[in-house]
Write a protein that binds this ligand. Structure first.
Ligand SMILES: C[S@@+](CC[C@H](N)C(=O)[O-])C[C@H]1O[C@@H](n2cnc3c(N)ncnc32)[C@H](O)[C@@H]1O
Length: 238
């Protein structure tokens, strides 16, 4: 997803391919390691890497702020990746919370239980974490008034969907579906590699109280973006 940076020292260590998996309909997913750095590629193109997960953590802390005291908190993360967002959520919700992670690719789940597990301190071992190997679009469509927070990090953002391509999530119909899946005071947070000015208008048009939060990528001038939307006060949804 163009999120990663190599280091000069790391450049001297050769890449190793750790595992491969065919993802039907998408291509070949490969897991690579160089020193302590891991990367997942789809058909040779980098999807995600293990350096700098500040904005992935921010996605969680923004969406789950205030949920620590909520005993029955239910949250959904779209996209397990390397488990950083999941780890950050587990750090800010309470002991009885339910944290569902929807992940399209079984190999990613398997790698998180194996060679990638240490990166985010084995978040799948936490009893509050529940992995659903299913498209997050279908998970969202299957519930009504269910989640306190939905976090989506399945693409590069609303206008630059990744190889996975989830544009239906960001359409008007997709945003309304997300709102139906949220509890009355619930919120949605969407990770993006860059800012799409029109997306906040789309969020506001469906009635979400929305803002764009920028997160600087460590060591670069790049800024990632979190699109944050809260359910409107009762009676104000369109
Ligand atoms: C960039 S990674 C997520 C990174 C994650 N936030 C972290 O902290 O490591 C995107 C993940 O979304 C998954 N994904 C893509 N489309 C999906 C979908 N429609 N439903 C569920 N998972 C999806 C990919 O397989 C990948 O694991």
């Amino acid at each position: 997803m163009g999120r990663t940076r190599g280091s000069l020292a790391g450049a001297l260590i050769p890449w190793q391919t750790i595992d491969r998996a065919i993802v039907p309909g998408y291509g070949e997913l490969t897991l690579h390691q160089r020193g302590t750095f891991f990367v997942i590629r789809l058909d040779g193109q980098e999807l995600m890497g293990s350096h700098d997960h500040g904005s992935e953590d921010l996605l969680a802390t923004l969406a789950c702020a205030g949920l620590l005291a909520r005993a029955d908190a239910r949250v959904l993360i779209g996209g397990l990746g390397l488990g950083y967002t999941l780890r950050a959520v587990l750090g800010v919700v309470g002991p009885s919370a339910s944290v569902e992670v929807s992940e399209l690719v079984g190999a990613t789940v398997r790698w998180n239980r194996g060679p990638l597990g240490h990166l985010a301190d084995h978040p799948l071992d936490d009893r509050r974490a529940h992995v659903i190997e299913r498209d997050v679009v279908d998970v969202i469509a299957g519930v009504r008034g269910h989640y306190d927070a939905i976090m989506l990090d399945v693409d590069n953002g609303p206008d630059t969907t990744s190889q996975w391509g989830n544009p239906r999530l960001y359409s008007e119909a997709g945003l309304r579906q997300i709102m139906r899946a949220l509890r009355p005071e619930g919120c949605v947070a969407i990770w993006a590699a860059s800012e799409t000015p029109s997306f906040i208008d789309a969020m506001r048009a469906v009635g979400l109280q929305s803002e764009c939060v920028r997160a600087r990528q460590r060591g670069t001038s790049n800024r990632h973006v979190i699109w944050f939307g809260r359910m409107p006060s009762r009676g104000r949804a369109r």
